[in-house]
Every structure is written in structure tokens, then in C-alpha cells.
Write a protein that binds this ligand. Structure first.
Ligand SMILES: [Zn+2]
Length: 278
């Protein structure tokens, strides 16, 4: 059983809250999965497109549209693509935690998970960032992860899917806000492709329709909707154009409040404990 988070009215008379979130995975998933990928330069370069070319294209679109977003950055990306986090911060965006080497929590014991979390915190800390939120690599969590998030001072998680509205879950004895996503609102299942794992390379127009239909549902229910995107996928030219059309259509159909995950979390905490704002 979960407890839905209460919010009150959205700022500026908005009738829906839209979170554009970007996981800047870079080369970390490959290197974290198997050291053999160190020799597979084409695969690594496909990942490197994300924090390089893809990220700059996304940041330009967000600046043009005046939209703040949340970027979940693995520590490895922060360390090895040193321009990425400063560019994200310069755009006024939020940086969240996304592991260090993007290792799936389910393959790690408590000690290994703690190391990934602490290394990620240290890497983001070198850029002056203390993230409030966490999204697990590959969208898997274990009970140990949830307990560690509270212990390490995170305010929210964006990895679970029990509701399509933000809800309170438990981190040990403490409440932790969950900002759910879903694979259907993620670009990777549609556009992620590698020779090793295959992929769909779906029709962008069909995905655009799906994402707009879910936006309509969120609009009707005045709820939060989170899109989970990857600069190495959505940062390809034709897909960034699709994202631009999506934003325009959202504004045409409703009054969206484009917010970071930290802003949503702050609203939820304030509604629950008015004396405390994140
Ligand atoms: Zn990721």
C-alpha cells in the first residue's frame, strides 16, 4: 500500500505538472556491465554521444523553450565528461544521482550499493552538487537501496512504479517520496539500439502520439507526468525535433508547469509539513 502525495494547486494556475528528465549515462553502463567493452570503441562512442553532442542539443532546446529539467548523471559521466555537469548547471537545471558506474542494484550487495552511491555523491560533489534525488540505473531497486537513500540524505527517488502519481514510500523508518516513471514514457525502449541487445528503432510519430495521449490523461487528472529520456537517444536530431513538437503541443492543449523533480518534491513536502520546504 502506498500513500499518494498531496500537492494543492500548481504554480501559476497550471493544470498539469510535466517533468522532463534526462539520464546522462554516457559510457558508464557499458563499462559497469563488462570491462570487455573498454575495447569496443564504437559501442563506447555511441554512449559518449549522450553527454557530448546529444546533451548540447537538449540544453539548447530547453533554453529556447525556457524549461527547467532534471538530469540524472552517473558519477563516471561527471568525472570523465567534465563539461557535462557545469553545462547542465549553467542552464539552471537540477542534477540528480544515477549511480557511479551505472551498476544495477540487484547485482550488488549492500556494501557494493553503498560504494556506488558514495562514489556517485563524491563525483557530483566535485562539481559542487549535493543531489536531493536518485534514479536507479536500469530502474531496479532493492530493499537495501531504499534504506541507504534515507541514510544518505536523499529526499526522493524516481525508480518505482506502483502508482502513476507521486507517493510516499518508506526508507527504513523514514518516509521517502517516490516520483514514478514508466517504460512507456521512456525513450530507451523505443529508440535504444545496440548490436548486442537489439532494439526497435520505433516510428517517432507513433511514440509522439503515445506520449501526448498520456499527457492528456495527466492533464485530465491534474497530476504529475515524468518523461525519462536519454541524450544519446532523444539527442539525435530527428528525436529532439519530436520533443520540440511535443512541448509545443502540450502548451497548445493545456497549461503545463514544467518542473524539476526537486521542485515537485519540495511541493509535496511543503503540503505535508508546511514549516519545512526543501
Ligand atoms: Zn541510466
Amino acid at each position: 500500500m502506498t500513500t499518494p502525495a498531496e500537492f494543492g494547486a500548481w504554480p501559476g494556475g497550471a493544470d498539469v505538472a510535466v517533468c522532463l528528465t534526462f539520464d546522462v549515462d554516457g559510457e558508464a553502463p557499458w563499462l559497469g556491465e563488462d570491462p570487455a567493452y573498454r575495447r569496443r570503441l564504437s559501442t563506447l562512442s555511441q554512449g559518449a554521444f549522450g553527454p557530448g553532442r546529444g546533451l548540447s542539443r537538449i540544453l539548447a532546446l530547453l533554453a529556447e523553450q525556457d524549461i527547467p529539467a532534471t538530469f540524472y548523471v552517473p558519477g563516471h559521466t561527471a568525472d570523465h565528461r567534465p563539461g557535462a555537469v557545469p553545462a547542465i548547471l549553467a542552464g539552471g537545471h537540477e542534477v540528480g544521482h544515477h549511480g557511479y558506474l551505472h551498476r544495477g542494484t540487484d547485482g550488488l550487495d549492500e556494501t557494493g550499493q553503498r560504494a556506488e552511491l558514495e562514489q556517485g555523491l563524491a563525483a557530483l560533489g566535485r562539481h559542487g552538487v549535493r543531489p536531493a534525488g536518485y534514479r536507479s540505473p536500469g530502474w531496479e531497486l532493492t530493499p537495501e537501496t531504499l534504506a541507504l537513500l534515507g541514510e544518505l540524505g536523499f529526499s526522493y527517488d524516481a525508480s518505482l512504479m506502483e502508482d502513476d502519481r507521486p507517493y510516499w514510500t518508506a526508507s527504513g523508518d523514514a518516509p521517502l517520496l517516490e516520483l514514478p516513471g514508466h517504460w512507456s514514457l521512456c525513450d530507451w525502449p523505443y529508440f535504444g539500439y545496440t548490436p548486442y541487445s537489439g532494439g526497435l528503432l520505433a516510428d517517432a510519430a507513433a511514440v509522439e502520439r503515445t506520449w501526448l495521449e498520456e499527457y492528456e490523461s495527466a492533464l485530465a487528472e491534474h497530476r504529475v507526468i515524468t518523461y525519462t529520456l536519454h541524450p544519446e537517444a532523444i539527442g539525435r536530431g530527428y528525436l529532439t525535433r519530436m520533443l520540440g513538437r511535443l512541448i509545443a503541443e502540450m502548451r497548445e492543449r493545456g497549461r503545463p508547469w514544467f518542473a524539476t523533480h526537486a521542485e515537485i518534491a519540495s511541493h509535496a513536502v511543503f503540503a505535508r509539513e508546511p514549516e519545512r520546504r526543501l
